[in-house]
Design a protein around this ligand. Structure first.
Ligand SMILES: C=C1C[C@]23C[C@H]1CC[C@H]2[C@@]12CCC[C@@](C)(C(=O)O1)[C@H]2[C@@H]3C(=O)O
Ligand SMILES: O=C(O)CCC(=O)C(=O)O
Ligand SMILES: [Fe+2]
Length: 359
């Protein structure tokens, strides 16, 4: 039995000050501990000079005959794109958004009953990456993997549980199918086929994959320009599929453009390339640096489906994508190993598995 995501952080406790979470709604001024300056994050105000033309991540129609190439091109230039006509029922998107909203509306004492433990994976709390920053983020999160029943029991009375668990299960199923489809479309655009990656069958049973759901809430903030919802990071996944409510906040980084806001497009989903897909593509696909800003008048919700391989699968650059004379850019790594490296070294994790290539 490979390590499940639940056990990934067993030996990697981090101190997460959940219980210091302020009652966001009662603050009329931003506390010092929530005020970010470029000292806390060097890329905070990163903008190109001269200012770049306004460009945005592509919105791709999954029914378009050229979708594979459009996705491949977005993965190379942005590491992110939005998709329309993704086939996920809209009621399900509404359902997971409703569930997320009602979860975060619970009184903080109730949410803390389901607090994520220091070595745990699932439950309520601040983002895992919080421990790498001096300042606190203006957000709260809830992580789910596998059945949410045990955690949900701590939050809601019995009569809600079946319904909420069904929504999560159905959402994970739909996302899983979509993620695999997107992975294969983008790989096809690189000329990579199923024979080239033995472990990743396009077969819809998908027993080689596993996933987590991260529910995020960014409350209304008195001074949004000085606060940070979720600090800049890349995801440690193959792909992440994100549903955001109709409040903007997600930004992606491009060296030549600086921070670019991803506008909410009703009924569409945002897709991010994660570090593992960057490794698999031998660096051709970019794992996108992204963050979430906050808003003075509207609270924001997002649901991230974090998708990767089962823990016994070693990810390494597809040989076909390594030039005949070159060597692979990265060593092989399992998702578990990578999450643990990231838990200790954060944004240095990718460079730590880079091969030293003789010039
Ligand atoms: C499967 C994953 C991926 C995790 C860790 C673990 C569970 C929660 C994910 C997130 C979600 C929020 C941003 C992030 C950076 C975080 O702090 O927790 C993500 C992290 C990663 O992508 O590295
Ligand atoms: O809220 C967002 O838009 C971003 C969330 C995110 O990056 C994550 O959960 O990994
Ligand atoms: Fe993310």
């Amino acid at each position: 039995m490979p390590t499940m995501l639940t056990d990934v952080f067993r030996g990697h406790p981090i101190h997460l000050p959940h219980s210091h979470q302020p009652d966001f709604t009662s603050l009329s001024e931003l506390p010092d501990s929530y005020t970010w300056t470029p000292k806390d994050d060097p890329l905070l105000d990163a903008a190109p000079s001269p200012p770049a033309a306004s460009e945005n991540i592509p919105l791709i129609d999954l029914n378009h005959p050229d979708a594979a190439n459009q996705i491949g091109s977005a993965c190379r230039t942005w590491g992110a794109f939005q998709i329309a006509n993704h086939g996920v029922p809209l009621e399900l998107l509404q359902g997971i958004e409703f569930l997320t909203g009602s979860l975060f509306q619970l009184p903080v004492q109730r949410k803390l009953k389901a607090a994520r433990s220091e070595t745990g994976f699932s439950g309520y709390g601040v983002a895992r990456i919080s421990s790498f920053f001096n300042k606190q983020m203006w957000s709260e999160g809830f992580t789910i993997t596998g059945s949410p029943l045990n955690d949900f029991r701590k939050l809601w009375p019995q009569h809600h549980l079946n319904n909420y668990c069904d929504i999560v299960e159905e959402y994970e199923e739909q996302m899983q199918k979509l993620a695999s489809k997107l992975m294969w479309l983008s790989l096809t655009s690189l000329g990579v086929s199923e024979e080239d990656i033995k472990w990743a069958s396009a077969n819809p049973d998908l027993n080689w994959a596993q996933s987590a759901l991260q529910l995020n809430h960014y409350p209304v903030c008195p001074e949004p320009d000085r606060a940070m919802g979720l600090a800049a990071h890349t995801d440690s996944t193959l792909l992440t599929i994100l549903h955001q409510n109709n409040t903007a906040g997600l930004q992606v980084f491009r060296d030549d453009l600086g921070w670019v806001t991803v506008p909410p497009v009703p009924d569409s989903l945002v897709v991010n390339v994660g570090d593992l897909f960057h490794i698999l593509s031998n660096g051709l696909f970019k794992s996108v640096l992204h963050r979430a800003r906050v808003n003075q008048t509207r609270s924001r919700l997002s649901v991230a489906f974090l998708w990767g391989p089962q823990s016994d699968i070693k990810i390494s650059p597809v040989p076909k994508l390594v030039s005949p004379v070159g060597s692979p850019l990265y060593r092989s790594v399992t998702w578990t190993e990578y999450l643990r490296t990231k838990a200790t070294h954060f944004n240095e994790a990718l460079s730590m598995i880079k091969n030293d290539i003789d010039e």
